[in-house]
Structures are given as C-alpha cells and as structure tokens.
Design a protein around this ligand. Structure first.
Ligand code: ENO
Ligand code: FE2
Length: 333
C-alpha cells in the first residue's frame, strides 16, 4: 500500500506491507527500521541515461517502461544505488498531467491537515547519504558515471571535527544544481567517541539516507508553526547567537529576518559576503537515531552551512550523550 503526500513540488511516498508475505519490504525493515528506500530523480531523457548505466554495468532493477492512465504517460526505470538498499527511480514525464503519477487517486481523508496552518515547502534542497569510512571516492565515481553528477565541494576531517569525532563530506550535483546529494563518511581517529555518522550507520544497518532538506521561503513562519505542532528540533545554546551577532556586526549583510526570532526558534545561520542561509535540524523522526529533517532557506547562498558544522555537531553529540551512544565502541542494542 502506498500513500503519497505533497507539499508544493515535494512528494513523499509512504509504503507499507499490507500482507505478511511481502518479503522484500519486511527484510528491509528488519535491518533498517523505518527508512528511505527510494530517492527518485526526474530526468529529461531516460533512454539515454539507461544506455549510459548499461554501459557502466549499473544495477538496472527495471528497464525503462511506459506507465499510463487517463491523464497521460510517464517513462520509468529503477536502478540499485551504491548506498546499501537505497534505490533510485528515474522518471521522465512524457505528457503527464495527473496529480502525481499514473495510478494514484486523490484522497479526501486529510481533514486534520486542512485544519492546520500551512507550512509551504518550495523544493527539495538536498538529500544526504551516510557511508562507511573510505567509501566516498567510489560513491562519487558512481554518481558521476551513472547519472553524470559532478563533485561541487568537499570538506574534510581537518575542518569538521569535534571533541569526539570527525567526518568528511562532499556534494555531488547535476549541472543546474537542482539535484544535490551530500555524501558523508566518518573518519575514525584518536578521538574518543562514536560520532553521529557511525551511530547512524550502526542503527541503520549500513549506508543510507541520513537527512532530507526542504526549502522554504519563510523559515520563521515555517519553524514557528512546526514547533507549535510539536516537532522537536536540535537545541542550540544561546552562546551560538551571541557569537553570531558579533560576527554579523563586521559585515554589510542585509538580513531580512528578525534575529530575535532566529534566536528564539533556534535557527542556524551561515553567510559569506554575498548572502546567507538559515537552516534547522529536527531530532530523528523515528525511534532509531537515523533519519532526520532539515528546513533550509537560502538568500543568495549556495553553500552548505559549513560555518554551522561545529555548533550542529556539538548539538548532535549532546543528544548522543543523552541517548548513551557517544562514548561507546558499538551500538548498545
Ligand atoms: O551538508 C549538509 O547537508 C548539512 O546539512 C550539514 C550536515 C552534514 C553532515 C551531517 O551529519 C549533518 C549535517
Ligand atoms: Fe543538509
């Protein structure tokens, strides 16, 4: 059974096994718990991508096929990724004008949502994959070969470390930068802890999607409403905002949002001379400390909040201490 929910251009599909014998879903759930199985990409020319993937011996789970209903047709294929059991559905819209994809019917069972104040989402900014130590070069190669995505930036453990852990991250994206995947790996070193990436790998049972980031146009209103609804975000100390205000004093940046609101809602901010971004991270959205959600608003700023990594990772490690997973060698399950 599948239920698709939409907010602006973003659609999430929730899938569950109705019957006991749907082995492939149950097997995945035993390993990963609730997790992201599929990150779908919209493509312009599925046949040529399929050809490219075949030439590079990619894992084609289902070759391009046409799917139609009374609202038109799409072309769809599915490939295995190099990120554990994650798959990528590739979709080319030929002439489709229905609500989502062929076969989906509108549902009228969402009275609760229609009574809440809306939280408009305007796009999917990026998804983030966690990989084991040493995997990032091969994964980057894979996205480059199969989907022609290029590496745009990287940051290493010399820059990204805390008292307890260290990591490497890099971004692969298409040339328009409207499809972006951040790849992250832990760097084991002499530090004392099991960092957030290793914790996520341990609880997820291997590589997988660690967070998804939604773009909004009014992050203050969005977070205000999400908090009102009870969504839990990572706590950020007041000292972060004291420092932020000092750093901002030395710039000519025109920040539209009210800094008191940014402080009150615990939104993070990173900037350079041309622009800034505002971002905030939820606590994990299921029992295992694996998937969480980021809300992000960009003002002429393409980067990934590297200036926030320290505050962010310190905040996550405070959560790990609370969970009792930071200062141990292996996952305590
Ligand atoms: O790069 C991103 O997408 C970020 O949002 C920053 C980040 C990178 C790695 C993490 O484990 C958590 C956050
Ligand atoms: Fe992110």
């Amino acid at each position: 059974m599948e239920i698709a929910i939409r907010n602006g251009p973003v659609v999430l599909v929730f899938k569950s096994a109705l019957r006991p014998n749907i082995v492939e879903i149950h097997e995945d759930l035993i390993v990963h718990g609730d997790f992201i199985k599929d990150v779908a990409f919209q493509v312009d020319d599925l046949h040529s991508i399929h050809q490219r993937i075949k030439e590079h011996n990619g894992d084609i789970l289902s070759p391009p096929s046409k799917s139609s209903d009374e609202c038109g047709s799409i072309l769809v294929a599915k490939i295995g990724s190099c990120c554990g059991s994650l798959v990528h559905t590739l979709i080319q819209h030929i002439d489709y004008s229905g609500i989502f994809l062929p076969g989906y019917k509108p549902s009228s069972n969402f009275n609760l949502v229609s009574r809440l104040d809306s939280i408009p989402v305007c796009g999917l900014d990026h998804v983030v994959e966690n990989h084991p130590h040493g995997a990032l070069d091969d994964v980057t190669d894979w996205y480059n070969k199969m989907l022609n995505m290029k590496r745009f930036w990287s940051i290493d453990d010399k820059v990204v470390h805390t008292e307890f852990s260290a990591l490497k991250a890099l971004l692969v994206a298409n040339s328009k930068r409207d499809t972006q995947v951040t790849l992250v790996e832990p760097v084991p070193n002499s530090r004392r802890g099991r960092g957030q990436i290793q914790e996520c790998l341990d609880y997820h049972g291997g590589p997988g999607i660690q967070h998804i980031a939604f773009n909004v146009n009014d992050i203050i209103a969005a977070i205000d409403e999400m908090r009102r609804r009870g969504v839990e975000f990572l706590p950020i100390p007041d000292s972060y905002y004291d420092q932020l205000e000092l750093r901002l004093k030395d710039t000519n940046l025109n920040v539209i949002e009210d800094l008191t609101e940014i402080r009150r809602l615990k939104i993070l901010m990173d900037f350079d001379s041309d622009g800034y971004l505002l971002q905030i991270f939820t606590r994990p959205v299921q029992d295992r400390p694996t998937l969480f959600i980021e809300i992000i608003q960009r003002h002429n700023f393409n980067g990934f909040g590297a200036g926030n990594f320290k505050a962010l990772f310190d905040a996550v490690e405070e959560e790990q201490k609370r969970r009792g997973t930071l200062l141990v060698e292996k996952a305590p399950y």
